[in-house]
Design a protein around this ligand. Sequence first.
Ligand code: FAD
Length: 339
Amino acid sequence: MADKNAVVNVDEYRGVWTFAEQRDGNLLNVAIELLGEGRKIADELNTELTAVLLGKNVDDIAEKLIKYGADKVLYVEDDLLSTYTTDAYSKVIYELVEERKPEIFLIGATNIGRDLGPRLSARIHTGLTADCTRLNVDLENRRLMMTRPAFGGNLMATIVCPNYRPQMSTVRPGVMEKAKYNENHKGIIEKIHPYLKEEDIKAKVIEFVKSSKAEVPLEEAPIIVSGGRGLGTPEGFKLIEKLAKKLGAEVGASRATVDAGWIEQAHQVGQTGKTVRPKLYIACGISGAIQHLAGMQESDCIVAINKNPDAPIFKIADYGIVGDIYEILPELIDALDHV
Ligand code: FAD
């Protein structure tokens, strides 16, 4: 058996892989973001971009991945892969990695990705940088520079994996730009039927029970209305919810409001919360601290409502309204009733 502690010959490894996470036949946005980032990295390294897709009857997703820029899709199909289990997914991908030797493997930092990534990297015996918010390439050494918040977000750490391959990273959803869809993009779909047995999977999925705590799909939301300490009281979020409802938006929040117990942490946007990139972000009574901006500054259009004309949020806002949220928001809601 090979010495798993021995460093590998990194020159034997080529190609960028991304994990195409799907749930119930729906491709996650983060999978498209990884293709966007993976494409850039693969082009810089002059190598191939491969999406790794596991599941059952998800041929349409395999085709979609090509249109989103993958040169190749490794589509592993099996009944035992129709729902995610750590054992089956890590076994199948481990075998693919050992056989094909990619130099980089990117996985979304979703609940599944956070489970799969470490298991896989331990099995392959390589490093994993979790929850990355930026990726760069050191072309000279063909190394991936993986950056993530460290020490509670107080500093950004850039991590490299010099002696082992693939260089693995889980990437925070909502941070990277999505790949563009191109109907005419061509690539290869390689269908693989794995040798998987029921006994390979120690954990059995008996049924799915939806969490009673509603998930807040902020990363996927096209519109977000966020509330900050300027609301003054937890009841202020009722107004935010009202506007959000009118716009078909999700409710976001600054950490100050979460820390104050006004709203659940699942709503928090920012460095230690979620990173979002909606088409429209409305910040109400939020000052624009750097840690908040880190989570929303890539939004397409930012509207800020704040009574302080010098609030830093106005520096990045596309539209700024200087005024009291308790005057502006009711007017906005009223105006929306008449459109
Ligand atoms: P404030 O900074 O208090 O701003 C309130 C704003 O409301 C002010 O600009 C004020 O002018 C305005 N206002 C007041 N009343 C009204 C009114 N009636 N009408 C209109 N405007 C009004 N923060 C995050 O948000 N997300 C994070 O993920 C995050 N991570 C952090 C990680 C670390 C390591 C640290 C140190 C901090 C982090 N923070 C984070 C906290 C961050 O530094 C700020 O403290 C926080 O974002 C401030 O929240 P806020 O804008 O709601 O409150």
